[in-house]
Design a protein around this ligand. Structure first.
Ligand code: FES
Length: 326
C-alpha cells in the first residue's frame, strides 16, 4: 500500500515500497567509509553537493518521481547532518501479519540444518539470515539472563507507538523457548548491522557510553533497560533507537516509533530444527496494491535490485563480533 507522508519541506507525497528501499540504500551508502557523506560539504554547498553525491553513489533519482524523491533525499541528508528526522517519522504503515510466506529451514554456515540447541545463549556475534527475500537480514537470538542461562520468552502484546495499535508477539521457541528472531533493519531510517545489533548483558553498562561505533549505548538506552528490568537489548548506533528483544522487539527508546518486525519461527523438537514461516508486525516486506502482503513477497519488487524469495532454505551466518575491538 502506498504510504502518505509529509516531507521535511512541507510537500506531501506518496511513499512507495521502492522509495523505502531507495532510502535504505542511500543511508547504507552514506555510512560506508568509502562513500561517506560529507555533512560539512552539504552544509556549505547545499543541494548541489547532495544531488551530485546521490547521482554518483546511488545511481540518481527516478525522473518521474524526481521532485518527490528530492524532498525525501533532502530530509535524509538533514537527518544525517543534524540528527533530526523529518519526513519518514510520519510514516503510518499498517500493522498486520504476513501469510503465504515461504517455510524456510534454517541452515548453518556449512549448509547443514541448524540445531536450535547449538545456538549460543547471549552471543555478541551478529547472527543473521535472509528472509523472506534475499538482502533482507534478520537477527537470530538465543536470549539469556545475566548469568547466561536461557530465558523462556513469553508471548506479549507489542505496541506500535506511531499508531497506538498493537499486535501479539507469540514468544520464544526452541528447547527453552528462548530463541527469537527480528528484522535487522532499524525501523527508524533503515540502518543495518553492524550499526544495529544485540548487546548481551556484559555490554549493557556505563562503559558502552564511550565505546566507539558501532558499540555505543546512549544514557537513555541504559536507563530504559534498567526501567524495563532487562539484562540485554538491541540498539542502533545510527541515531540511538533501542528495542526490547525479550518483548517482541518493542520500542524502548526512539527516535524509532516502530518495533522491530518479528520473524515467526517454528521449532521441530523431534529434529531440533528451526523454520522461518512468516513475519509479524509493521510491514517491512513488499505489499500488494491492496495493502496486504503478497503471497509472493518479491512480486512487488524489481528483483534485480531488491532480491528474490529465499525459498525453502535460508542460511544463517554468524561471523561478526562488533565488540572484538573494544
Ligand atoms: S536508523 Fe536511526 S536509529 Fe536506527
Amino acid at each position: 500500500m502506498p504510504l502518505k507522508i509529509r516531507l521535511g519541506n512541507g510537500e506531501k507525497g506518496i511513499l512507495k515500497t521502492s522509495d523505502v528501499y531507495f532510502i535504505q540504500k542511500l543511508l547504507k551508502t552514506m555510512r560506508n567509509p568509502r562513500t561517506r557523506f560529507d555533512g560539512r560539504e552539504f552544509v556549505e554547498k547545499g543541494e548541489d553537493y547532495l544531488f551530485n553525491y546521490v547521482g554518483k553513489n546511488v545511481g540518481g533519482v527516478d525522473e518521474g518521481r524526481r521532485n518527490f524523491l528530492k524532498g525525501l533525499v533532502i530530509g535524509v541528508a538533514a537527518a544525517t547532518v543534524v540528527g533530526i528526522v523529518p519526513g519518514l517519522r510520519v510514516l503510518v504503515p499498517p500493522v498486520q501479519q504476513a501469510s503465504g510466506f515461504p517455510k524456510s529451514l534454517l541452515l548453518d554456515s556449512s549448509g547443514n540444518p541448524l540445531k536450535a540447541s547449538s545456538i549460543p545463549v547471549n552471543s555478541p556475534i551478529i547472527t543473521l539470515y535472509e528472509y523472506p527475500l534475499t538482502g533482507e537480514p534478520n537477527f537470530l537470538l538465543n536470549l539469556g539472563d545475566k548469568n547466561g542461562n536461557p530465558v523462556s520468552v513469553p508471548g506479549v502484546e507489542v505496541v506500535v507507538p506511531q499508531t497506538g495499535k498493537s499486535y501479539k508477539f507469540p514468544g520464544g521457541v526452541g528447547p527453552n523457548n528462548s530463541i527469537v528472531s527480528y528484522s535487522a533493519i532499524c525501523q527508524h531510517l533503515g540502518c543495518t548491522p553492524p550499526y544495529i545489533h544485540f548487546y548481551p548483558p556484559n555490554y549493557v553498562g556505563p562503559s558502552q557510553l564511550t565505546a566507539p561505533e558501532p558499540d555505543t549505548l546512549t544514557a537513555q538506552a541504559l536507563l530504559a533497560a534498567k526501567q524495563a528490568n532487562i539484562p540485554a537489548l538491541i540498539h542502533c548506533d545510527c541515531h540511538g533507537s533501542t528495542y526490547d528483544p525479550y518483548k517482541g522487539g518493542a520500542v524502548l527508546t526512539g527516535p524509532t516509533v516502530r518495533p522491530l518486525p518479528t520473524v515467526l519461527l517454528e521449532y521441530d523438537s523431534s529434529t531440533d530444527y528451526l523454520y522461518a514461516i512468516g513475519a509479524l508486525g509493521v510491514a517491512t516486506y513488499p505489499e500488494g496494491s491492496d495493502g496486504v502482503p503478497s503471497q509472493n513477497p518479491s512480486a512487488d519488487l524489481d528483483t534485480s535490485q531488491y532480491g528474490s524469495v529465499v525459498g525453502d532454505k535460508t542460511q544463517v551466518q554468524a561471523n561478526t563480533n562488533p565488540f572484538s575491538g573494544s
